[in-house]
Design a protein around this ligand. Structure first.
Ligand SMILES: Cc1cc2nc3c(=O)[nH]c(=O)nc-3n(C[C@H](O)[C@H](O)[C@H](O)COP(=O)(O)O)c2cc1C
Length: 460
């Protein structure tokens, strides 16, 4: 399976696979698109991707929920199963010389074969529009939000001194025709670049790409070592280099297949109030100070689509982006801790909130491993990490819950680290002498019951 190179290609594939619903009714980007998308994320219209053809106040069609299922993530990234990424990354990291995952990732993705391929012309250069956010059908998602915002823009920037590239997914609240507020959470890569700019006393140029290869979007969401260039990671994901074209004003690399490209700069002196915005917790995240974003260029291809998402209580689209990243994290974790066998970050926990980890307790000291996971590496900062033994399937949370309740003693097995709780539910060494699972393993009985189940039509 080949990875689609742009949004249009992906939409065609989704439509062929009956994964997309077109909405012809006129619909408002203020609250209405979000309300309809929320219902679909919660099960209406079989949870399909949505294509709004007729949007109030804008000539751009809006697409939402494009990545809102495991199947669609697989289609967007050209794999049979998301776990194929884990298998491939484990293989690739295995041939690196570094003895920890972070170093091996830097070594692997620093290779020339993943460098982007520069092109002189791109389709997003077809139309050069006035710098006016109002042309875009940016969504207002929840009633108490102060106004519309862009939430699927990949923001490209370079460190003004080292030239290091960063690409992250950061929301931009529309404040006026040519100004916005850009939300940067602590630790965001762009903050480093902004810090250098502040020291130099000049604003930071950025380019925002909407659409383009889905691999670039996933790379923008991924938490990668600073030294890893997101475009290299996207090339690894899609199995071929990303085609890029420099943005006209700032010469920042943006995917040639983007639908819409905005250029701008981030002020190092002016901040503005951003929010409140609804988020995955089901609450509004309170308003706060954010850097000012100035819009300086607006380009798009003929017939461009405007991609957007909805952030709110799960199940939501962003959790499926998280599911793809979970497989990448698993490969990195297994490189450092071979006792780890599987990982599940349930949709309810989004991908950084809750991690269920299956381990082989014979290969490690489970309490020590739990402490390491709480304090270092990709799971650091998780609100909850639960370790279970190999016979427990972490992909079945109800079995895990049952097993954990039966095996752990909170006085002994709960570890608190900062604001994170770790639970060692492996129960290893703590089970009573001679304890054995009362499962029927007698082959004659098992075979006979299977025959009965088949003849009674009780097996699926
Ligand atoms: C839909 C969506 C919206 C996001 N919005 C923001 C945001 O506004 N600010 C932010 O700092 N991170 C946001 N994130 C998380 C970042 O994209 C993620 O942390 C990524 O690693 C940032 O890249 P960086 O490590 O290069 O900063 C969002 C993620 C998703 C999936």
């Amino acid at each position: 399976m080949k990875c689609p190179q742009g949004l249009g290609e992906l939409i065609t594939q989704l439509e062929r696979g009956a994964q997309l619903q077109r909405i012809v009714s006129r619909i408002d980007p203020c609250l209405e698109i979000a309300e309809l998308t929320d219902r679909v994320c919660k099960g209406a219209a079989s949870g399909r991707a949505l294509f709004f053809e007729n949007v109030v106040g804008s000539s751009f069609p809006v697409v939402t929920n494009i990545f809102g299922s495991v199947r669609r993530m697989e289609m967007a990234l050209g794999v049979k199963r998301l776990d194929d990424f884990r298998l491939r990354l484990e293989r690739d990291l295995g041939s690196m010389s570094a003895n920890e995952a972070q170093g091996a990732m830097i070594e692997l993705l620093g290779q020339k074969q993943y460098a982007p391929r520069e092109e002189a012309k791109a389709r997003w250069q077809e139309l050069n529009r006035p710098c006016d956010f109002a042309l875009l059908p940016a969504l207002t998602c929840w009633p108490k939000e102060p106004g519309p915002y862009l939430n699927l823009g990949q923001v490209y920037s370079r460190d003004p001194q080292s030239g290091e590239l960063n690409c992250g997914l950061y929301r931009i609240q529309v404040l006026s025709r040519a100004s916005g507020a850009i939300r940067l959470n602590p630790g965001a890569g762009l903050l480093r670049h902004l810090e250098t700019s502040r020291n130099l006393g000049r604003d930071l140029p950025v380019a925002v790409a909407l659409g383009g290869p889905p691999a670039c979007l996933l790379a923008a969401c991924a938490s990668l070592p600073t030294q890893v260039n997101e475009l290299h990671f996207a090339a690894w994901l899609q199995g071929e280099p990303v085609e890029i074209t420099p943005s006209p004003r700032h010469r920042l690399p943006v995917p040639s297949n983007a639908e819409i490209v905005l250029e701008g700069s981030i002020s190092v002196t002016q901040s503005v109030t951003e929010g409140p915005f609804g988020n995955h917790s089901g609450f509004y995240r309170e308003a706060g100070d954010c850097p000012l974003f100035r819009l300086e260029g607006f380009f798009h291809r003929q017939g461009a689509l405007y991609p957007s998402t909805l952030v709110g209580p799960p199940p939501m689209e962003n959790a499926y982006l998280g599911k793809a990243l979970e497989r990448i994290e698993l490969a990195r974790l297994r490189y450092d801790h071979p006792a780890i066998l599987d990982l599940n970050m349930p949709l309810e926990g989004i991908y950084h909130r809750c991690a269920l980890v299956r381990i082989d307790p014979e290969k490690t000291h489970s309490h020590s491993l739990l402490r390491l996971l709480l304090e270092n590496g990709p799971l650091r900062g998780s609100r909850l990490i639960v370790l279970v033994a190999e016979e427990v399937n972490v992909q079945e949370p109800s079995t895990l819950f049952w097993s954990a309740l039966n095996r752990c003693d909170p006085r002994r097995d709960f570890l608190l680290s900062g604001r994170s709780l770790g639970i060692d539910a492996t129960g290893r060494g703590q089970l009573p002498e001679g304890a054995a699972a009362p499962l029927n393993k007698d082959p004659r009985t098992v075979r006979r019951i299977e025959k009965i189940l088949i003849s009674e039509g009780m097996l699926p």
